[in-house]
Design a protein around this ligand. Structure first.
Ligand SMILES: NC(=O)c1ccc[n+]([C@@H]2O[C@H](COP(=O)([O-])OP(=O)(O)OC[C@H]3O[C@@H](n4cnc5c(N)ncnc54)[C@H](OP(=O)(O)O)[C@@H]3O)[C@@H](O)[C@H]2O)c1
Length: 321
């Protein structure tokens, strides 16, 4: 999907309790369909929580801090914060237990949806990037997504109609830019994870969708820039000599992208479609039409042609010393 047109609230897919009017809403009683969203303290995750609560879902909002709990609670009584740090295996298990117990108290039979949204952006020249920073990038953006999916699958399997799983990929999973290697590697990996999982869960009708947003105006850009600066402060002086100019050109480009990105609510619409449409898509490229077209074109160009265009477009000199 390009852009966000044609993704209004979809007709209800049925489920337990109450008479359905449209996506997830029941006419009497509390919400009868529930969804868990990771990384729901800000940005896209928070926008998804807001949208899905508005569609009548009981929303479990995965957060890591008191501030996150506060942001989730502010969305109203059908948004329940759940402490969930992807780097903490015990916390992931505890979150699954907590959600199971909340669902059984409300007589909701299972979890209708899982939105694997939490993520961080690690950037920097691969030659000097601390390997532990790369590991943490993959641990949060890839391994953690699998850990959460495994922990919640027993609850997802109990849902009727069959549950849906959504991964938050990125156009960085389609196209890798210089100095964005760790982030891109994690999002390319998610493309594969989502494809394999979709095929594996096909026999049970559990659909897996991947959202591929372009740039979105969220705090991830500032957090990523601050993290990149902290890492750069620890690089040896030759990192600046070899990559300084090119890195700053890409940082300026990234800052512009962050400022001109789409609103997180547009991504939330795609997530809602993936969770509620009678025929959800497997992939949703969410970007303004021109950006989406450029991404597709660059992706399918021969490597060397794409390299030349990116080198020119990002104003990277080819003859760096
Ligand atoms: N913004 C974009 O342009 C863009 C484009 C394409 C894809 N995406 C993807 O969209 C997703 C959401 O990002 P966003 O842009 O909305 O940024 P954001 O506002 O920074 O949100 C990231 C969320 O992930 C959480 N998180 C980070 N590390 C975590 C961990 N170890 N365990 C659990 N939660 C963790 C953060 O929690 P804290 O608040 O506690 O840090 C926050 O809730 C990410 O997967 C990102 O890669 C973003």
């Amino acid at each position: 999907m390009t852009g966000t047109g044609g993704m209004e609230a979809e007709p209800e897919r049925g489920g337990a309790g109450g008479t359905r009017t449209h996506a997830g809403r029941v006419e009497a009683g509390g919400p009868s369909r529930a969804v868990l969203i990771t990384g729901a303290s800000s940005g896209i995750g928070l926008a998804c929580a807001h949208r899905l609560a508005g569609l009548g879902f009981l929303v479990f909002a995965g957060v890591r801090s008191e501030a996150g709990e506060h942001a989730a609670r502010a969305l109203g009584p059908s948004v329940l914060p759940v402490r969930l740090d992807l780097l903490d295996a015990a916390a992931v298990r505890a979150a699954a237990d907590q959600v199971a117990s909340e669902l059984s108290q409300r007589a909701v039979p299972g979890l209708a949806g899982l939105v694997n949204n939490a993520g961080v952006a690690v950037a920097g020249p691969l030659e000097f990037l601390p390997v532990e920073a790369f590991r943490e990038q993959m641990e949060i953006n890839v391994t953690g997504q699998l850990a959460v999916t495994q922990a919640f699958l027993p609850l997802l399997r109990r849902a009727d109609p069959p549950a849906r799983i959504v991964f938050m990929g990125s156009v960085s999973g389609l196209l890798a830019l210089p100095f964005m290697g760790p982030y891109s590697a994690s999002k390319f990996a998610l493309e594969a994870l989502a494809d394999s999982l979709r095929l594996e869960l096909l026999p049970w009708g559990i659909h897996v969708a991947l959202i591929e947003p372009g740039s979105v105006r969220t705090p991830i850009w500032q957090k990523g820039a601050a993290l990149a600066q902290r890492m750069a402060d620890r690089f040896p002086p030759e990192a600046e000599r070899l990559y300084g100019r090119a890195m700053r050109a890409v940082q300026r480009y990234a800052a512009r992208l962050g400022e001109t990105g789409i609103a997180p609510e547009e991504v939330a619409r795609a997530v809602a479609h993936a969770l509620t449409a009678p025929r959800p898509r497997t992939r949703y490229l969410v970007a303004p039409p021109r950006r989406a077209r450029t991404t597709r074109l660059l992706r399918w160009l021969p490597d060397r042609v794409r390299d030349r265009l990116l080198t020119k477009g990002l104003r990277l000199s080819r003859g760096r010393d």
